[in-house]
Design a protein around this ligand. Structure first.
Ligand code: AMP
Length: 176
């Protein structure tokens, strides 16, 4: 995994979606398939021997990395979606974002009791989304053993906000 290449492929967009936020745009990473494959391989390698039963990813950029990872690792995929998108019976949780508020949902039957779950998102910022996603999976009986990210904004101390202290937090690139 060429970390320098990954770092230069992630583009800073100032004042998006609101003033004073520096948005980390990962779309240039998707233009470089070797780089993208490197990301998927690095996460797959980290979790290869950890007996994961489900990969759950957070809409929508989490899906971009989560589904290819699930295919690569040969593990079923579970979407965590914004409120009102999932058609069957759901569990839900509301939480605060770096900018605004949100509610996420999961199908109640998507994870069975005590199944080991790996959560995927593109970026760890304040940690609110990941903390909520972990609680959501736990609500339906899952055991979240880890969360993985392409990028972590360490200065926002997202790890501290994650209530489940036994879950491994893995990020490929850290921005200090
Ligand atoms: P947080 O709950 O603060 O950890 O935010 C994580 C979620 O919001 C992830 O799904 C990110 O994709 C998105 N996000 C938060 N801050 C940023 C940022 N500065 N640039 C890009 N995406 C962000």
């Amino acid at each position: 995994m060429d970390i320098q290449k990954l770092s230069s492929a992630i583009r800073d967009i100032h004042d998006f979606p609101v003033k004073d936020i520096i948005f980390k745009d990962i779309t240039p990473v998707l233009q470089d398939i070797n780089l993208f494959n490197g990301i998927i391989d690095a996460i797959a390698e980290e979790f290869r021997d950890k007996k994961i039963n489900k990969i759950a990813a957070i809409e929508s950029r989490g899906f971009i990395f989560g589904m290819p990872l699930a295919v690569k690792m040969d593990i079923p995929f579970v979407p965590i979606r914004k409120k009102g998108k999932l058609p069957a019976e759901t569990a839900f949780i509301s939480y605060d974002l770096e900018y605004g508020q949100a509610t996420i949902e999961i199908h109640k039957d998507a994870v069975k009791k005590d199944e080991k779950v790996l959560i995927i998102d593109d970026l760890l910022a304040t940690g609110g989304t990941t903390d909520a996603a972990i609680k959501l999976v736990e609500q339906i009986g899952g055991d979240v053993i880890a969360a993985a990210f392409v990028l972590e904004l360490t200065f926002l101390n997202g790890r501290e906000k994650i209530g489940n202290k036994s879950a491994e937090i893995f990020s490929i690139l850290k921005v200090y």
